[in-house]
Design a binder for this molecule. Structure first.
Ligand SMILES: *Cc1c(COP(=O)(O)O)cnc(C)c1O
Length: 430
């Protein structure tokens, strides 16, 4: 079935029909759904914290048992020997982001990994020192860029170019991004932006931006916090230099869970590239010889610093198994249909643009599952009403509600019920 031409209907029966036809519907049973007022909530907040897979606790418990029974021997003789732990994740992680297995590694947290990547990929010279990024990037990304620029003794106003939407618009035009890259080509060291903007939900054209960045002689990296596990990514083929992401949003791997990092094979096998090193990134054969002289192992794994954080990685491993079973192409196909239905229902609420506006791009190619709703009147009260009615979503100042139905555990019925509650909430003035 071609979902793009699907005729949606504004009824609960229709929503339930779509759930019955949905080949991924059973994956919902693999998650714990938080309850509000003793019934399942309508959880539309997977863009902030994904839900707990039922297998997460079992996976962590295995490591508790091995630690309990084996102590230090767990490193080599555990059920999943800890010394190799990052390797268990590489193939499945690579499938999520469109990479070769040795181009990815799971380690640390997102912002830490972003700094490690900037050490390697932002190496300003007197002539090439500028960074292009999106205006209104997630604060951690802004702070990372700002402090890296200062660390190199440069002026942030001079070095950081923030691309803002045209007046009166909410999202960026690809042609404007590419024009800015060409305009600053001679001084450009780096392009670093979100793969999806966390606030508007806009997907950026990573392939075109990377191509233009390379033509300008710059390195190109993306923060995929809102993209990994949400949209189809092809980091290797797009020729992206580096990328970082977290695993606790769409990848459902628990609060503060481990981060993911991609380094393109071009760089990952060039051992001369500057980096901050640690023993876990050192040549594996020699790691325990404790000798002087850092020799990075090939691939993204050569950026590891410390021995693996087994517990969050065990949870992530359990979560990746679910993604592998569902597959990203199938998840994305359902996601477009689910978010398309959400958009259809919102457009049929009878709310004018003066009351409610979707600021996320209308073209499914340029958005993931999230729609950002700009509520022009009584936004905070509308949000409170939704919350009281058992909908879990998130509020971003000054007046945006982000709604993210995820294809693994959300249903068409969830989306239908949300829209009904939104209709009632909008009717409330004070
Ligand atoms: C969620 C998010 C982060 C969070 O960073 P942590 O290091 O995991 O705390 C950073 N950047 C973006 C774009 C995000 O969406």
């Amino acid at each position: 079935m071609n979902y793009q031409h699907l005729e949606y209907q504004n009824t609960l029966d229709f929503a339930r029909d779509l759930d019955r036809q949905d080949a991924l519907h059973h994956f919902r049973d693999q998650f714990y759904i938080p309850s509000v007022n003793n019934k399942d909530s309508i959880y539309l907040c997977g863009n902030s914290l994904g839900l707990q897979p039922k297998t997460a606790r079992i996976a962590a418990e295995q490591e508790f048992w091995d630690w309990q029974n084996l102590g230090v021997e767990g490193h080599f003789h555990g059920t999943n020997p800890w010394v190799h732990y990052h390797e268990y994740l590489q193939e499945k992680e690579a499938r999520v982001v469109g990479a070769q297995p040795d181009e990815v590694v799971v380690m640390n947290n997102l912002t830490t990994n972003l700094h490690l990547m900037l050490v390697s990929f932002y190496r300003p010279t007197p002539f090439r020192y500028k960074i292009i990024t999106e205006a209104g990037a997630f604060p951690s990304d802004q702070y990372a860029l700002e402090t890296q620029v200062r660390y190199h003794g440069l002026d942030t106003d001079e070095a950081i170019i923030e691309l803002a939407p045209r007046p009166g618009e909410h999202t960026l035009h690809t042609e404007d991004i590419l024009a800015a890259i060409r305009e600053h080509a001679d001084e450009l060291a780096l392009i670093m932006m979100g793969g999806i903007n966390y606030y508007t939900g806009q997907v950026f054209d990573m392939a075109a931006i990377t191509r233009a960045g390379h033509e300008a002689g710059a390195q190109v990296g993306f923060d995929l916090a809102h993209a990994a596990g949400n949209i189809l990514l092809n980091l290797h083929d797009w020729d992206v230099d580096f990328a970082v992401w977290c695993t606790y949003k769409y990848l459902n791997s628990g609060p503060g869970g481990v981060g993911g990092t991609f380094v393109h094979a071009r760089h990952a096998h060039a051992s001369g590239i500057p980096r901050f090193g640690g023993w876990w990134g050192h040549n594996k054969e020699e790691r325990f010889q404790m000798r002087k002289g850092f020799k990075p192992m090939p691939g993204a794994a050569g950026w590891q610093l410390s021995n693996a954080s087994i517990f969050p990685m065990a949870i992530h491993k359990a979560s990746l198994d679910i993604f592998d079973a569902a597959t990203m192409p199938a998840l994305r196909a359902k996601s477009e249909k689910l978010t398309g239905y959400l958009e259809y229902l919102i457009n049929h609420l009878g709310a004018t643009q003066e009351i409610l506006e979707i600021i996320t791009p209308a073209d499914p190619a340029w958005r993931g599952c999230q729609l950002s709703l700009l509520v022009h009147q009584n936004g905070r009260q509308v949000f409170e009403k939704l919350t009281q009615a058992g909908v879990i979503l998130d509020w971003r100042e000054p007046n945006v509600i982000r709604v993210a139905p995820t294809p693994l555990y959300n249903t068409f019925e969830d989306v239908f019920c949300f829209a009904e509650i939104l209709r009632q909430s909008l009717a409330v003035k004070d």
